[in-house]
Design a protein around this ligand. Structure first.
Ligand SMILES: Cc1cc2nc3c(=O)[nH]c(=O)nc-3n(C[C@H](O)[C@H](O)[C@H](O)COP(=O)(O)OP(=O)(O)OC[C@H]3O[C@@H](n4cnc5c(N)ncnc54)[C@H](O)[C@@H]3O)c2cc1C
Length: 314
């Protein structure tokens, strides 16, 4: 990986920092990486460094280095629920997507690393005739992000199948193993501490014929296909559904479908999907988010909460 002689003025990483990071991570690091390349919304300024460790040991080495240098870090998965601001991310982004081990421990338990995609997990479970993760049909992302978000659909969520989660603490690089009962899984969130990086999880599934699993997944995918906007960059639902209602219904009721700010649009196909029609900045998207929240608050007396996670600086 070539190291630039001159570092961009906004970066907090010196030339020496960069060389040390390359060394610690055996080259699995990119500098000044546009986060627009790493998010499904295709929006976001550069991260000073994007680390892509392929083992838990390498990830811990990066964490220990950042802690020692006092450099800020943040964990990301596949970027399917992320809005990165236009100024990018100062410090180090640790992406867990290259932690890809997946194994069947016994007749119902699976150990899965954070970088395994939800699609890979679902196909392995289907192959092993283990039911329980059918809810992942058509849900993008990785297991790490899925754990943090407690990703799910009407068929279930990670909370239903997770027995324990292993993390690496940003403060000292130590490993923490937590039973699911201590992860605080709730609707599209968890209480896994923000200063911990999910590296692995154990799931308990149940024996189920492959044909039954496939039938449920097919039905879920078809339902999604009929409702979801196509061929635009997006992060799925931008807002959480408020209790007893749907964010999409409320936004539609306010007449906002099709509303645009710059390249950001409230999708005509699904009002809770604020999409990037091409060339949207984070500023466009954040302005549209604010407009939608204000209108829904005024017209429906409901404050919509963001599901998508916003990181970085303006
Ligand atoms: C087309 C589309 C459809 C979608 N449909 C659904 C749906 O039906 N249901 C649903 O729940 N979601 C849905 N989503 C949102 C998204 O798929 C989920 O939130 C997914 O779990 C995010 O995983 P990720 O790996 O992409 O996480 P990222 O987007 O990378 O990160 C999400 C959050 O998790 C944190 N994080 C990521 N990895 C780690 C880690 N290893 N350790 C600690 N923190 C971490 C990040 O800091 C961030 O706060 C959809 C998104 C898209 C684009």
């Amino acid at each position: 990986m070539p190291i630039q002689a001159q570092t961009p003025s906004r970066s907090v990483l010196s030339h020496t920092d960069r060389a040390e990071l390359v060394d610690r991570l055996d080259g699995q690091v990119r500098f000044d990486e546009p986060m627009s390349r790493r998010t499904t919304l295709r929006i976001g300024g550069p991260a000073d460094a994007l680390c892509l460790p392929t083992s838990i040991a390498a990830l811990r080495a990066a964490v220990e280095w950042c802690t020692g240098q006092g450099i800020a870090m943040i964990a990301v998965g596949s970027g399917s629920n992320l809005l990165v601001r236009d100024g990018g991310v100062r410090g180090v982004v640790i992406a867990t997507r290259n932690l890809r081990d997946l194994e069947k421990l016994d007749d119902r338990r699976i150990r899965v690393q954070a970088g395994v995609s939800t699609g890979k997990l679902l196909s392995a479970a289907t192959r092993w005739q283990l039911g329980g993760v059918e809810f992942l049909g058509g849900v993008p992302g990785s297991v790490g992000g899925g754990m943090r978000m407690n990703a799910g659909t009407y068929l279930g969520e990670f909370k239903d199948v997770t027995t324990q989660v292993t993390t690496v603490r940003m403060d000292d690089g130590d490993i923490v193993i937590r039973p699911a009962s201590e992860c605080g899984f709730a609707y599209r969130e968890s209480a896994i501490p923000r200063r911990e990086i999910v590296v692995e999880a154990e799931l308990a599934l149940h024996a189920r014929p492959r044909a039954d699993i496939e039938a449920d997944v097919r039905a879920l995918r078809l339902r999604r296909l009929a409702r979801e906007p196509k061929k635009v960059s997006n992060a799925g639902s931008i807002f959480k559904n408020p209790p007893g209602d749907y964010a999409g219904r409320l936004i539609e009721e306010c007449g906002l479908k099709g509303t645009r700010i710059g390249g950001a649009e409230c999708s005509p196909a699904h009002a809770n999907w604020l999409v990037n029609t091409g060339g949207a900045s984070a500023g466009d998207m954040l302005a549209l988010i604010e407009l939608v929240r204000t209108r829904v608050a005024q017209n429906c007396a409901i404050t919509l909460e963001l599901e998508v996670k916003v990181i970085g600086e303006d």
